[in-house]
Ligand binder design. Structure first.
Ligand SMILES: [Zn+2]
Ligand SMILES: [Zn+2]
Length: 58
């Protein structure tokens, strides 16, 4: 099911994907298809993966 609307990240009108983490609707270029999340959450995942090696910081 494709929806056309305004991307929550870059603001362009495009076919939207729903981020499985934050639920925002983002365009294809702002979406990480391999992780099924938006680019912002994708960078967050990468950060959390990196910081998980040194847990205890939080
Ligand atoms: Zn976008
Ligand atoms: Zn997201």
């Amino acid at each position: 099911m494709k929806r056309v609307g305004i991307c929550a990240i870059c603001g362009s009108v495009s076919n939207l994907n729903t981020c499985s983490l934050c639920g925002r609707l983002v365009c294809g270029s702002c979406f990480d298809h391999s992780r099924n999340v938006c680019k912002q959450c994708s960078s967050g995942i990468i950060l959390s993966e990196m910081s998980s090696e040194r847990s205890g910081l939080i």
